[in-house]
Design a protein around this ligand. Structure first.
Ligand code: HEM
Length: 409
């Protein structure tokens, strides 16, 4: 059991620490555990647990930033998420954008980075707004919706489908399989749905290789890295990386942000009254929700961090929501404040692997919240939210809300 600790205590009591218990994130209080670790053992050796191997757990902002900024020592090529000890090396290791180190990483990234530039996202904005308006009009008709699936999951999915050259007619099929792949409680269903997604992407990538169009999959299918075309499996793994990257975190951040606004209606009303607060509000939503729960790196050499020596080839985990509540960096870190400034959160990562879709994610969240604020006078809970039981991403998997249009009041 995790001991409840308030922001002001926790120095003396040692909580039960099991960061790989998925229930901690569904029904527990992970921030209490991270707060204790930041104060008492910021470079913590986590014993093997629940089939996971042992690993170092870093919880302080500056330690995490220094790891992310040093790919020479902290490699992504062995995988960026904890895996059960008997699952072996991540099959994407050294091949997928997120799972490569420089110099290959930079070459791979340059193949697709123009799709996510400031300029490219500016051109996408009218289309994103149109999608958001359609989804919200539909939600308004119904009055009560399950926000995660009815709105937050569909917006980024429809946008990434356009960027990847996926026909509109296939969106609903992809919505169904990705919802099951990410949100099903049943691990077998999660796995089989992910296989279906891979099969779909493989067929599409084959088509694009034969007849390239103007989209990300086509660019990846004809690109050369180190003088060679990507193999079929490299192409597939990178399509999967972009597709999942482009959907999962936005879905959860958008929903978790609304979940927070439901608890702080005065902040929502302030945002409605002054749309100029939108960019700062989205930054605070990103900090507050920090949807990637952990990232992993593997040391290439022995290294000392926070006074602890870590050997070569060891797993170093970075607990991202903890970094974004570090009291040495953020004033009143446990207060949600849409006017917070400065706000140097690292929800989108930092360094070599900084989220390639960061500008897009910010645009999607700003447009969605802007349209919500304009269209609805009232957003209120319509049932209990359900939180994901996962050590990879954290936030709601279901959030029933009632929406009342501004004009109706
Ligand atoms: C709120 C939304 C998002 C959050 C919180 C988020 C978070 C992150 C983080 C923390 C990383 C760094 C991983 C690492 O250092 O190992 C990352 C990388 C990445 N993200 Fe995002 N992301 C979001 C939205 C997006 C979107 C919209 C896309 C669109 C395709 C995307 C695609 C990617 C990709 C492909 C990478 C790997 C980049 C690389 O390794 O060079 N993400 N993201």
């Amino acid at each position: 059991m995790t001991l409840p600790l308030s922001p002001t205590d926790g120095v003396d009591q040692t909580p039960h620490i099991d960061l790989v218990d998925p229930q901690l994130y569904a029904t527990g209080d992970p921030h209490a555990v991270w707060r204790w670790l930041r104060r008492n053992d910021p470079v913590y050796w986590h014993e093997p647990s629940r089939g996971m191997p042992g690993f170092w757990a870093l919880t302080k902002y500056h330690d995490i930033v220094s790891v992310l900024g040093n790919p020479e020592v902290y490699s992504s090529a062995e995988g960026i998420l904890l895996r059960p000890a008997n699952h072996g090396r991540d099959p994407g290791g050294g091949r997928t954008l997120a799972l490569t180190d420089p110099p290959r990483h930079r070459q791979l990234r340059s193949v697709i980075k123009s799709w996510f530039s400031e300029r490219a996202v500016r051109q996408l904005k009218p289309g994103i707004r149109e999608i958001a308006q359609t989804l919200l009009e539909d939600a308004a008709e119904r009055g009560t919706v399950e926000f995660v699936n009815d709105v937050a999951a569909r917006l980024p999915l429809y946008v990434i489908c356009r960027l990847m050259g996926i026909p509109d007619s296939d969106r609903e099929y992809l919505f169904g399989i990705t919802s099951r792949a990410f949100c099903s409680e049943d691990p077998d269903e999660r796995r089989s749905s992910h296989v279906k997604l891979m099969e779909y992407l493989l067929d599409l990538a084959d088509e694009k290789r034969r007849a390239p169009g103007d989209d990300i999959i086509s660019d990846l299918s004809v690109a050369e890295v180190d003088g060679h075309r990507l193999t079929e499996s490299e192409l597939l793994l990178n399509c999967d990386n972009v597709f999942i990257g482009g959907t999962e975190n936005v879905r959860i951040a958008a929903s978790a942000g609304i979940h927070q606004f439901l608890q702080e209606p005065a902040q929502w009303q302030a945002l409605r009254a002054d749309p100029g607060l939108l960019p700062g509000a989205v930054e605070e939503v990103l900090r507050w929700t920090t949807t990637p729960t952990h990232l992993l790196r593997t040391t290439r050499t022995a290294v000392t961090i926070g006074g602890r020596t870590i050997g070569e080839g060891e797993r170093v985990t970075l607990w991202m929501p903890s970094a974004n509540r570090d009291e040495d960096v953020f004033a009143a870190p446990d207060t949600f404040d849409i006017r917070r400034t400065p706000n140097r959160h690292i929800a989108l990562g930092t360094g070599e692997h900084f989220c390639i879709g960061g500008i897009l994610a910010r645009a999607e969240l700003q447009i969605l919240y802007g349209e919500l604020a304009a269209l609805f006078d009232v957003i209120e809970p319509a049932g209990e939210p359900v939180l994901l039981s996962s050590i990879v991403v954290n936030g709601p998997s279901a959030l029933p809300v009632r929406l009342v249009r501004t004009a109706q009041r």
